[in-house]
Design a protein around this ligand. Structure first.
Ligand code: ADE
Length: 441
């Protein structure tokens, strides 16, 4: 079996950490028990491009138990937990291609390995696997890095046929990936149905909000060991991730400032009790800056130039494009690594700016990503969406589909059950009342 990981001897540590994570993932565990009996994924080859974490390992165990043949590559160069990668190779016998800190060429070599698995199903986090597949299928050679292009061009006609026509469908984990896929659908190029796991309510209400909220603070604190109380903490973007991050920063005693481009979200932030202003204004006062907008160059050269000496800058959005790092390099006279995941940029003005985790998602670069109990619901959505795709792919078109509402509701029900929480049921009278229009005052 082919694989590319840092060090297989880390496997035992990875196993113990995976077991710890699984203790907080009861919904996924219940799905695994059913998959063990029913084997709904038997005979399916699945390539996953995910953050290689303890929670992802629990998902891989579940899918394997369901009968799938799996291949896993990293969905970000800096998010891999090397001990988990070792555990998956050694104990689960899975081909894994992921090394924390891998360069861009290695990252795409690993995506290539996941494509060479000729999957029936893809599972993506950020849509790098699916977009690479489409660049190949559409022969958009200029959009591929040279090594992946050479590999794709060397495929035999029958390999190309298997790769392109063998794919039944895919799932997508995150907001950024869903945005990319919808753009592919609108352009008419999407080649198979994809389920937008991110858009399930049991995903983004919890994972994006409470998961990103807590783990981003965790990443910033592990990297810096600075005090948030009494500081000014600037959050860029007030989507679900921004809402969660602002809430947790406020809870730690920070004075939270929001920057937004959407007037409704900006208004919501004001009424949630935060100061809202432009980045031009915020850049002069912030002690911490964290982008969670999903857009490019949200903090730019002109903003870095206004920042106070010692400002700490991080990103928790999917791609490292939210900070204008080229601009930051340009205005700096020198840079040096101060401690793990902290780089000091010395500006011509004499001021210093501290960049965390190379501007990559700080919650996975310098911490461990979302806690297991929210990933429990996200990955339950993944497992059940794969099962759904296998059963229903013939009825689906080349579109982005929501997670079926019955799956979403079932996951919420299972999560409540695992927490020992019972809720009321509608009475017959209430059902009737809700279904009728005749009853007024
Ligand atoms: N994305 C954010 N946190 C994660 C985690 N713990 N595992 C996998 N993907 C994640």
């Amino acid at each position: 079996m082919d694989y590319d990981i840092k060090d297989i001897s880390l496997a035992e540590r990875g196993r113990l950490r995976m077991e710890w994570a699984e203790m907080a993932m009861p919904v996924l565990k219940a799905i695994r028990s059913r998959f063990e009996r029913e084997k709904p994924l038997q005979g399916i080859r699945l390539s996953a491009c995910l953050h290689v974490t303890t929670e992802t390992a629990a998902l891989m165990r579940t899918l394997k138990t369901g009968g799938a043949d799996l291949c896993l590559c990293a969905s970000n160069p800096l998010s891999t937990q090397d001990d988990v990668a070792a555990y998956l190779v050694k104990d689960l016998g899975m081909p894994v291609f992921a090394i924390k800190g891998e360069d861009s060429k290695t990252y795409y070599d690993h995506i290539q390995a996941a494509l060479s698995f000729f999957p029936h199903i893809t599972m993506d986090d950020g849509a790098d696997l699916v977009s690479s597949f489409h660049f190949i299928a559409l022969e958009k050679w200029e959009d591929l890095i040279p090594s992946l292009r050479d590999w794709a061009k060397a495929l035999s006609p029958s390999q190309r046929q298997t790769m392109i026509h063998g794919l039944l469908g895919g799932t997508e984990e995150t907001t950024t990936g869903v945005i990319r896929l919808r753009s592919m659908e609108r352009s008419g190029v999407l080649k198979f149905p994809v389920i937008a796991v991110n858009d399930a309510e049991t995903k983004h209400f919890f994972d994006n909000r409470y998961g990103t909220g807590q783990s981003t603070i965790d990443g910033i604190l592990r990297a810096t060991n600075r005090l948030l109380a009494g500081s000014i903490f600037v959050v860029s973007g007030y989507g679900w991730c921004g809402r969660g991050l602002a809430l947790r920063a406020k809870g730690m005693g920070a004075d939270v400032v929001i920057t937004e481009v959407n007037p409704l979200r900006a208004l919501e932030a004001v009424m949630d009790g935060y100061r809202v202003m432009t980045m031009e204004e915020a850049s002069e006062i912030g002690d911490f800056f964290c982008t969670v907008s999903g857009n490019v160059n949200v903090i730019r050269r002109e903003h870095f130039l206004r920042m106070k000496d010692g400002a700490i800058v991080a990103n928790s959005g999917h791609f490292n494009v939210e900070l204008d790092l080229i601009g930051l390099e340009d205005i700096s006279v020198s840079k040096k690594r101060i401690r793990d995941f902290v780089e000091e940029f010395h500006l011509q003005s004499g001021r210093r700016i501290y960049l965390l985790g190379e501007g990559r998602l700080v919650n996975l670069a310098s911490a461990e990503g979302h806690p297991s109990s929210v990933m429990d619901m996200s990955f339950a959505n993944q497992a059940l969406s794969v099962e759904y795709l296998i059963k229903h792919h013939q009825d689906l078109q080349r579109k982005v589909y929501p997670v079926p509402e019955v799956i979403d509701q079932e996951i919420a029900r299972m999560k409540l059950l695992s927490m020992g929480i019972r809720i009321d049921q509608l009475t017959k009278e209430q059902e009737h009342y809700l279904a009728s229009w005749e009853q007024g005052t």
